[in-house]
Design a protein around this ligand. Structure first.
Ligand SMILES: Nc1nc2c(ncn2[C@@H]2O[C@H](COP(=O)(O)OP(=O)(O)OP(=O)(O)O)[C@@H](O)[C@H]2O)c(=O)[nH]1
Ligand SMILES: C[C@H](OP(=O)(O)O)C(=O)O
Length: 212
């Protein structure tokens, strides 16, 4: 069975959203996005593993604790497992069952989904011992180079839903446009709404409600 591995650091996440969310709100929002991703990987019949820096319990996933950085934790996990691994980020709440299934059905050794701005949002690895990750910076290009150097065939999956990572305030628009999940409900409860001003779509926080 494919392991869907979601790396997660629960403390002070999503600092690029500090302009609109407090630390407590960012921690809760990161968990809501995680929950949306877990529902999706479970619906695609993966065994979902939360690869977490600390021991937290989240419905729908088993937790593997590795108090390590993103690359170190994932590379240890890949080296320790034989089943195919889908590495999928916790900040892509638009992910759907069909988009995940498209990745894990690839005919290539690796399937990769770029994030906007050079990052990597998901990587499917058929043989985990054959590959290592190198996140941060232009990681999408770095991952293609690793495949080339290791002689692995790679499919670049063109998926709007998987490519949409929620890093910055304007990215929240995509949740209001395309999601019905927990992340959206959380933002709405905080009084955050989509707005259109001078022809531009953005988000505004109308009131300072209590963190739900
Ligand atoms: N296991 C593990 N996961 C991490 C670590 N740092 C980030 N992640 C996870 O990696 C994914 C991508 O993280 P980033 O987009 O860099 O998120 P972030 O660090 O929360 O956000 P910023 O503070 O805005 O850069 C998310 O699923 C994070 O939870 C880490 O040190 N260890
Ligand atoms: C971890 C990093 O995420 P970003 O900061 O690009 O969202 C990456 O994908 O390499």
């Amino acid at each position: 069975m494919v392991h869907a591995v979601i790396p997660f650091r629960p403390t002070n996440p999503k600092t690029r959203l500090s302009c609109i969310l407090s630390q407590e709100e960012r921690e809760k929002f990161a968990l809501r996005m995680l929950s949306d991703v877990i529902s999706t990987t479970n619906s695609a019949c993966c065994r979902t593993v939360l690869l977490c820096t600390e021991n937290i319990s989240v419905e729908g996933a088993e937790t593997v604790v590795k108090p390590l950085g993103l690359n170190e934790a994932l590379n240890e996990y890949l080296a320790e497992n034989d089943d195919s691994v889908l590495i999928i980020m916790s900040d892509i709440p638009l992910a759907t069952r069909d988009s995940v299934i498209e990745m894990v059905k690839t005919g290539s050794d690796i399937a990769v989904v770029p994030g906007r701005g050079g990052g990597t949002n998901a990587i499917f690895v058929k043989n985990p011992k054959s590959f290592h990750v190198d996140f941060y910076g232009a990681s999408f290009l770095d991952h293609l180079n690793i495949c080339r150097d290791s002689g692995l065939t790679v499919e670049i999956v063109d998926s709007f839903r998987l490519s949409t990572d929620i890093d910055e305030k304007d990215d929240l628009v995509e949740i209001f446009l395309h999601s019905k999940g927990e992340s959206r409900g959380f933002l709405e409860n905080l009084g955050i709404k989509m707005s259109v001003e001078k022809g531009r779509v953005g988000v505004h926080r109308h009131t300072h409600k209590e963190t739900p």
